[in-house]
Design a protein around this ligand. Structure first.
Ligand code: SF4
Length: 223
């Protein structure tokens, strides 16, 4: 398992919990606005034992561990399961951050997880506008949405890039209908695409309000 980064304590990565965050290398989407590209291509490889030892020593000050990335489900599944089991044995909760493309692995991990945050990049027929990967396993993403809504405490989140419209956000909200937690996150331009400006915060507030008025859950993050 390639660990690209480690944050010993975070107050923002697991709602209402203090968590250590483990960043697993690699991703299968390569979204154009990704702020974690260093993780996608990272050659860093933190020792898994050293990371676990830090978590173990710190466990009295933690509620949970977040397994993030990149896309953590691309890690060796047996190693990932063994790592999560060790964390659970410490009495800590485990949250997974995922893009939902790896349904089969998500299914295997689910009994070990306490919370899952899944990105929804765009309406399902518009993923190609966000990621150059072709083909993207849209069926897997659809299956992952259903799996999470019906089986575990979870949230969905969309980075509201300015190439997405209010209609796109409504389409996403309909795709994840039945979920309790949906977050719209502000897009922050990366250097490579700094000419693509973010939507004004007021616009995001109005979109979120419009969703709420139609009965869809929605909260804002990052503004
Ligand atoms: S899924 Fe997440 S980590 Fe992967 S490329 Fe997209 S934004 Fe980056």
């Amino acid at each position: 398992m390639h660990i690209a980064g480690f944050n010993p304590n975070s107050f923002v990565d697991y709602p209402d919990n203090i968590a250590a965050v483990v960043f697993i290398s690699g991703c299968n989407l390569d979204c154009w606005y990704c702020h974690n590209k260093w993780i996608l291509k990272s050659k860093d490889n933190y020792s898994e034992e050293a990371v676990f030892e830090r978590i173990r020593k710190n466990k009295d000050f933690l509620d949970a561990v977040v397994i993030s990335g990149g896309e953590p489900t691309l890690a060796n599944t047996d190693e990932l399961i063994a790592f999560i089991k060790k964390i659970k044995e410490l009495g800590l909760k485990v949250k997974l951050d995922t893009n939902g493309t790896n349904y089969e692995v998500l299914l295997k991990l689910l009994p070990l997880l306490d919370y899952v945050a899944m990105d929804i990049k765009a309406p399902l027929d518009k993923y190609g506008e966000i990621s150059p990967i072709n083909p993207i396993q849209i069926n897997n993403i659809q299956q992952s949405i259903g799996l999470l809504i019906n089986n575990i405490e979870c949230e969905f989140r969309t980075t509201f890039v300015s190439t997405l419209s209010i209609e796109d956000i409504f389409c996403i909200a309909e795709t994840i209908k039945g979920c309790k937690n949906y977050y719209i996150q502000q897009y922050v331009p990366i250097e490579e695409y700094k000419e693509i400006k973010a939507h004004p915060p007021e616009y995001l507030r109005n979109v979120c309000k419009a969703l709420n008025e139609k009965g869809y859950p929605c909260e804002l993050r990052g503004i």
